[in-house]
Design a protein around this ligand. Structure first.
Ligand code: TXA
Ligand code: MG
Length: 325
């Protein structure tokens, strides 16, 4: 079924109201956040939530994040909320921190893919919180890409993947952060980062009293976070990690934080804000390969490294990955 997808302007209050009316009616609307664009539906409308899985092509066992306008909304969604959750929210919300808590029974189980836990966050953009409040209840919002594609950091990216399949996109321009929120599981001891993001483990340590460990695939390959087993963040163009420029084939795209000049390869800056945009540009322009130059500053940025590594392993067989020290 094809729908005309409205392009709404977040700086126009009438358009924000229009987006809220569509959400309230059970439609899917792509919403801006400080991290990436999300594909929103009312949390208490299980048919709309199911439609999200369908239009994204998302596996039904990968749970969604509930986006709340206020801290008191969180009490609608989660139960047995530990005091440390409120201290974390006081310090980091609104902002790019998602907390995994115990799910309240009133939340449809499809939201968290049947898990007894639920992920919640309060987005930083004021217009997004206003939209959620106008819609009348919190909204689920996975990143607004087709499953497996890079997350959208511009409204155009959402149209590229989902135009014709959703009711509207609320455009607030490019996302300020450009990679997804940090997901912290508070239902386990010690609290564990299930997805690194803009808020670092050292920042969380100020409140937790310890640096939360980052969950990794176990030796058996069993995923710790439900979303970790899926192909992620990957352009169609193969992504390679490299520490030296010499092996890079002519015509390839090189993403780097250092200044380089070459008439053999195309060099573009590597930042959190522009990584996904560059991935999508490479696809549109049919470059043969993307090489990401792994300098010490890139390696030190765990959230950025996480996205680059996932894109790389998603786009090639493990034995094609150039060896790295
Ligand atoms: O920045 C963000 O978090 C963006 C914007 C739109 O808010 N959203 C986002 O959603 O990245 P999504 O669905 O693309 O990623 C959600 C991640 C997945 O890795 C999922 O497995 C994890 O959060 N997650 C959700 N609920 C969970 C739960 N109950 N337990 C463990 N992990 C959960
Ligand atoms: Mg996603």
């Amino acid at each position: 079924m094809s729908t005309e997808t409205l392009h709404l302007d977040a700086s126009d209050p009438a358009d924000v109201e229009r987006a809220a009316t569509l959400l309230a009616a059970g439609k899917l609307v792509a919403i801006p956040t400080e991290t990436v664009y999300g594909l929103a539906a009312r949390v208490f409308a299980p048919d709309a939530v199911e439609e999200i899985f369908r239009v994204k092509g998302r596996p039904m066992d990968n749970p969604l994040i509930v986006h709340c306008a206020t801290e008191s909304d969180i009490e609608l969604i989660a139960t047995e909320i530990p005091p440390v959750a409120w201290r974390l929210l006081e310090r980091f919300a609104p902002g790019p921190l998602t907390l995994v808590l115990h799910r309240h029974l009133r939340v449809p189980s499809i939201v968290s893919a049947g898990s007894p836990s639920v992920a919640v966050r309060i987005p930083a953009l004021e217009v997004t919180r206003r939209l959620i409040a106008l819609a009348g209840e919190p909204v689920v919002a996975p990143s607004a890409n087709r499953s497996g594609r890079p997350s959208p950091t511009r409204a155009e990216h959402v149209f590229e993947d989902l135009g014709g399949s959703i009711a509207a996109v609320l455009d607030a321009g490019p996302c300020a952060i450009g990679i997804e929120s940090t997901v912290l599981n508070l239902t386990v001891e010690p609290a564990t980062i299930v997805r690194p993001g803009a808020i670092e483990a050292v920042d969380l340590a100020e409140i937790l009293g310890y640096e939360p460990p980052i969950a990794h695939h176990s030796d058996t390959g069993a995923p710790i976070a439900p979303g970790m087993k899926y192909r992620h963040y990957a352009p169609r163009t193969p992504v390679f990690l490299t520490e030296s420029l010499e092996t890079i084939p002519t015509g390839a795209l090189v993403l780097t934080t250092t200044s380089l000049e070459s008439d053999r390869v195309r060099v573009r800056p590597l930042t959190r804000q522009t990584l996904y945009d560059e991935f999508r540009r490479a696809d549109r322009e049919h470059v043969p390969a993307i090489f990401v130059l792994i300098t010490p500053d890139v390696r030190a940025d765990r959230a950025l490294m996480n996205r680059i590594e996932k894109a790389a392993v998603s786009s090639q067989r493990a034995d094609d990955i150039p060896p790295m020290s």
